[in-house]
Design a protein around this ligand. Sequence first.
Ligand code: AN0
Ligand code: CP
Length: 330
Amino acid sequence: MKKFTSVKDVENIDQLVLEALVQKKYPFANKELGKNKTLGLVFLNPSLRTRLSTQRAAQNLGMNVMVMNLDKEGWSIETKDGAIMDGSAAEHIKEAAAVIGQYCDIIGVRSFPKLQNREEDYSDEVLNKFLKYAGVPLISLESATLHPFQSLADLITITEVWNSKPKTVNRKPKVVLTWAPHPKILPQAVPNSFSEWMLRANVDFVITHPEGYELNPQFTSLPFEGRSGAVKIIYNQDEALKNADFVYAKNWSSYKEYGKILSQDRNWTITNKKMSLTNNGKFMHCLPVRRNVVVADEVLDGPNSIVIQQAKNRICSAQVVLKKILENLK
Ligand code: AN0
Ligand code: CP
């Protein structure tokens, strides 16, 4: 593997999940692989899980890790080509990325969208300029459009939970991604990414959201490998939740009316009543989550919540990818 910015960088996702579960079981089996190699983690936005789990994964592989909060501790960065830099930005992304590339063998970058201009956000400028100028393999720590480490951890978690069921259950799990209310304007990266991974996974996948929250069809349709099709979108949440084995809640702002909050409807909050429509379904969320807005305490604190297992799986998600990139460096 040479980079990890989307599911498209993965040859075989089922194989990757199996290898991740081996890394989880034997976290120190490859601790010599990363010796004398340095991972640089560059954050332009806050993080708890991504920062710590990726750092932990790299340490398990014997790597050194450097973290830079570029937004707070670095020079402010210009990204536009040809800019006349007589404003507040002191350094251009061309030099910043190239210099970090001199110090690191692999670079991770987190860069959220500004949610003002759709075209600009979907060009994923910061990620792509790091790809272009860093000169070393790049991993996405959540870009403006995708969050692949999260989705891989989600698929690992679904696989673990589903495979632990009695062998008499011989069908694909039904996975429902549901929009949920939130007071702030949030990116579409997590649902975009979850959708592009679920479309390629061995699951029945449904998305439910209020009208107007349709995601970019680029991530919800599958025109490849002779298969074509799109995710089933159901606007009635109760109907979508019927017989779900996994309920993945997430808020996002509108893609169509870009960056707008079109609904704050608390009827979309995941409660025990909503979960009772499912097939004793498990509750998932990438975290951080707003209690009693996105999901009721009773669900998050209940026996069917697997959010902590999901967060734990961020380690083996990052570790399997770093391992594959390190193997390719040698
Ligand atoms: C971010 C998002 O929605 O993309 C990060 C999630 C992992 N969440 C918030 O900003 C609350
Ligand atoms: N789920 C996730 O990526 O969390 P952080 O934003 O805390 O890294």
